[in-house]
Write a protein that binds this ligand. Structure first.
Ligand code: PRP
Length: 208
């Protein structure tokens, strides 16, 4: 069945979530991407992380989720709905890679938080911890603002690539040293909307 026919059948039957036809629709639409972590597995892990976070904080002291744009957007959107506490969220934007796949070593704040964080329980939400340079920079910056606590939640981490040690409190998956896309992660701005994490079937990419 072609993608258009599958899309039609998908619309007609109003299938949602992780049904077989929903998964096929996505994998057929992006044949160049090999699935590494299926959507269903991500959703299950996000639910676990949400429960763990809800257990560690309280309704009186909920976390302020700080997402690092743009990659963390999808993860943060799902994660906050898995935390049954009155959380708030805010974003920073940090540039480190430009359009390249390899870290430049340069880290720059492009957008600061809208809110004050002094006395707040800050939980930084990242899509991936690679070299660690982005989080190292962000943690140093946020510490100067005296939050009541400062923790890290990352969906993915690649230990083989770490250049600095970052104390991670919550981690979704440890992955091998491969260039991954999907669920917020991009290659030249594309693939962020994939509901799964995948690896591009191209061999000349540097791992990220
Ligand atoms: C990616 C990712 C992390 C950072 C991790 O962001 O979202 O923020 O790299 O890499 P590091 O541990 O080596 O510092 P990127 O700069 O690609 O921007 P994006 O989130 O807009 O895709």
């Amino acid at each position: 069945m072609g993608v258009k026919a599958m899309l039609h059948s998908y619309e007609r039957s109003a299938l949602i979530g992780n049904s077989e036809s929903w998964v096929s629709l996505w994998t057929h639409s992006f044949p160049e991407v090999e699935v590494l972590i299926p959507a269903e597995q991500i959703q299950a892990r996000v639910a676990e992380l949400g429960a763990e976070i809800a257990h560690d904080y309280s309704a009186e002291n909920p976390p302020l989720l700080v997402g690092v744009l743009k990659g963390s957007l999808v993860f943060l959107a799902d994660l906050m709905r898995a935390i049954p506490l009155p959380v708030q969220y805010d974003f920073v934007a940090i540039s480190s890679y430009g359009a390249q796949t390899e870290h430049t070593g340069q880290v720059r704040l492009l957008k600061d938080l809208d809110s004050q964080i002094e006395g707040c329980h800050v939980l930084v939400v990242e899509d991936i911890l690679d070299t660690g340079l982005t989080l190292h920079y962000l943690l140093e910056l946020l510490r100067t603002r005296h939050p009541a606590s400062l923790r890290i939640c990352t969906l993915l981490r690649k230990p083989e690539r770490h250049l600095v040690e970052i104390p991670v409190d919550y981690c979704g998956f440890v992955i091998p040293n491969q260039f991954v896309v999907g669920y917020g992660l991009d290659y030249n701005g594309r693939y962020r909307n994939l509901p799964f994490i995948g690896v591009l079937r191209t061999t000349n990419l540097e791992p990220k």
